[in-house]
Ligand binder design. Structure first.
Ligand SMILES: Cc1cc2nc3c(=O)[nH]c(=O)nc-3n(C[C@H](O)[C@H](O)[C@H](O)COP(=O)(O)OP(=O)(O)OC[C@H]3O[C@@H](n4cnc5c(N)ncnc54)[C@H](O)[C@@H]3O)c2cc1C
Length: 602
């Protein structure tokens, strides 16, 4: 009878699992998860996230056992482990979902593909629902994604045929963090497994959060987020499963009554967020270099200005920090900037891994403070987030960071939101001071209107920067920097020759040997392969740009931007900027340089 090794990775579930369903239809299966050193000791690994993954592996094993199966847990090089398991079980192939979350995985999967091919062992890659390897315009992808989300989720197999434990295929328990050589921090770990994920989804849909999610999303203390993010990150539940449950909440009528229905509005809002997450993953599928750099190469670096324009030393331009920036970076990480809402976010992230309480708005203003007001390269912030977030998801995290920093800006979204970290933020996001007082007990005695800018206190620091000055410097720097973009095809970041994760030199005990071995390979050599910008034809460029234009409008403006275009367009954009500024709230500023990415290409 046919036997297939099912290689579980970021898909720790039994239902809506296309690879498992296909393997079960063939006959026996050997479910395996490989604990891979390259991932466990990646500089961006958060120990608490690994702990959550281990919990989810235990839950998956238990679910498999209820169905007559088991999960084989192995440690080591996945290529060697899979070869050994195929031999020991007599399996005639391996099946797995593709995973384009990060470079380390794509290098690993390329290596595994080669190793199995060298031994003539078929390895079948299955696309997760809604994902594609084909470069297509965003609008086509979106249609395809909606169709995939509407098609039925696959049921979990009722029974599995799994080879019994033997000397060659022993049962090994899921190890502890300690056994993996990792030291736990004190973060509470969410319950792992699909049952817990569905319970969260159900709680959200049936409870009060679904009524207030739409309105209270921006309040850190509101606790209306779903808490699904760690489960989505490890594929314990799929976006399709969430969307199909949310569909029950959608307004039955599209009339005024239906549109006002609070649960319906929340469901629509949450569905959009799930789509954003999938779309960001798809962008990384095409351009994995976004893990390492901003979309536009000339915008890379720290203070916001290009090295030439800002007079940065070569050290800073290469991602180093000045002594002053090191101090700011430490204050930002440790929650001692002197801006209470920023410091509360810092402490919440370190204490709890942010998955429940650090919602989008809190992550955004905390990120904006570092990259915009401190002028520090966004990648330092993304690294810190990833080392603490229990839901840390490289594409969402890195893309959002680059967006908040204004360096991966889109044609029609050229403005950069610089959040005011003082009383404006308190009034908008935490008007009763619940979030701030929870994380900064030393400020409990202050009134709400003192929480934006506390009086001098012995046990709370003075502000580390002047908001108005820092904001002005950043906006000037960004404007200067954007003038250097020039031809957008040439400016789009390329896959570098060396794939070392940003900032790895700062992280003791990390292991980036995989990156040392992978040098000067073309984008097509990754698994899944990436778009090779050097070989892209005009139609390909057009399709690619549609992912970054933010509009489906096409026009016939020049494909380059910068000083040459500044003349007329800057007047028009100044007008637009002013009108947006007038409508916007404090801390927001439009920086529309008339950048038309969806321009006629080629
Ligand atoms: C600087 C920054 C870094 C971030 N890093 C991460 C990260 O590492 N992992 C992560 O899952 N989210 C990240 N987010 C997005 C968002 O803040 C979180 O997804 C959300 O707070 C998680 O809570 P939830 O699952 O309860 O969210 P919900 O509001 O319930 O959303 C459900 C899911 O939708 C997706 N989603 C929600 N918001 C966004 C968004 N703005 N962009 C893309 N997808 C979204 C996520 O998969 C999320 O789990 C980041 C946002 C910012 C501004």
């Amino acid at each position: 009878m046919a036997c297939t090794v099912v290689w579980f990775r970021r898909d720790l579930r039994l239902s809506d699992h296309a690879a498992l369903s296909q393997a079960c239809r063939r006959g026996a299966v050997l479910p395996v998860f490989v604990l891979d050193r390259d991932l466990l000791f990646h500089p961006e690994t958060a120990v608490a996230r690994v702990a959550f993954m281990l919990e989810s592996l235990r839950a998956l094993d238990a679910e498999l056992r209820q169905r007559g199966g088991r999960l084989l847990i192995r440690s080591g090089d996945p290529a060697e482990v899979l070869l050994q398991l195929v031999r020991a079980s007599g399996a005639d192939g391996v099946i797995a979902h593709t995973d384009s979350e990060r470079l380390v995985g794509r290098v690993r999967d390329a290596r595994v593909s080669r190793a199995l091919a060298a031994h003539r062992i078929p390895l079948h890659w299955v696309e997760p629902a809604g994902a594609t390897g084909e470069l297509m315009p965003y609008s086509h992808w979106s249609r395809q994604w909606h169709q995939a989300m509407a098609s039925p989720a696959l049921p979990a197999p009722e029974q599995l045929m799994v080879p019994a434990p033997s000397e060659a295929l022993p049962d090994l328990p899921v190890p502890s963090l300690q056994e993996l050589g990792l030291r736990a921090d004190a973060k509470p770990i969410p319950t792992g497994g699909s049952a817990a994920a569905f319970q969260r989804l159900e709680q959200f849909c049936e409870g009060s959060a679904s009524r207030s999610y739409y309105w209270e999303l921006s309040y850190p203390s509101a606790k209306v987020t779903t808490g699904l993010s760690p489960y989505l990150k490890f594929g314990v539940i799929t976006p399709r499963q969430c969307l199909q449950r949310l569909a029950w909440l959608l307004p039955r009528s599209s009339g005024a009554g239906g549109r006002r229905d609070p649960r319906g509005r929340s469901a629509v809002q949450l569905a959009s967020r799930l789509r954003w997450g999938c779309a960001i993953h798809q962008r990384f599928r095409f351009l994995p270099q976004l893990e390492l750099s901003a979309l536009w190469s000339p915008l890379e670096g720290g203070s916001g200005a290009s090295p030439a324009a800002s007079g940065l030393s070569s050290d800073e331009a290469a991602g180093g920090l000045t002594a002053e920036q090191e101090e700011l970076y430490a204050a930002w990480r440790e929650g001692r900037t002197g801006f209470p809402i920023v410091d509360a976010a810092a402490r919440c992230l370190q204490a709890e891994g942010g998955w429940l309480e650090l919602n989008f708005r809190s992550r955004a203003f905390y990120a904006s403070f570092l990259s915009n007001l401190c002028g520090i390269d966004w990648r330092f912030g993304a690294l810190h987030y990833m080392r603490h977030l229990i839901d840390g998801d490289c594409p969402i995290d890195h893309y959002q960071w680059a967006m908040q920093a204004g360096v991966t800006y889109h044609g029609s979204k050229a403005w950069t939101r610089i959040y005011h970290p003082g009383q404006v933020a308190v009034d908008r996001c935490d008007p009763q001071g619940l979030f701030i007082r929870r994380w900064l007990p030393e400020l409990r005695g202050l009134t709400n209107d003192q929480l934006g800018s506390p009086p001098a206190m012995a046990d709370y620091p003075a502000p580390v920067l002047d908001y108005d000055r820092s904001r002005r410097l950043r906006l000037e720097a960004l404007e200067q920097q954007r003038l250097h973009i020039g031809d957008v095809q040439a400016a789009m970041a390329r896959l570098p020759q060396h794939l070392h994760p940003f900032g790895y030199e700062r992280i003791a005990g990390c292991d980036v040997a995989w990156a040392d071995l992978w040098a000067n390979q073309p984008p097509s050599a990754l698994q899944p392969s990436a778009v090779d910008l050097e070989r892209l034809d005009p139609a390909g460029w057009k399709a690619l740009f549609s992912w970054f234009s933010g509009t489906s409008r096409t026009n016939n403006t020049s494909r380059s931007t910068g000083a040459a275009r500044k003349g007329n367009s800057s007047k028009a954009s100044a007008g637009r900027s002013r009108s947006r500024r007038a409508q916007g709230s404090p801390g927001q500023l439009s920086l529309d340089l008339g950048f038309a990415l969806d321009a006629e290409i080629g």
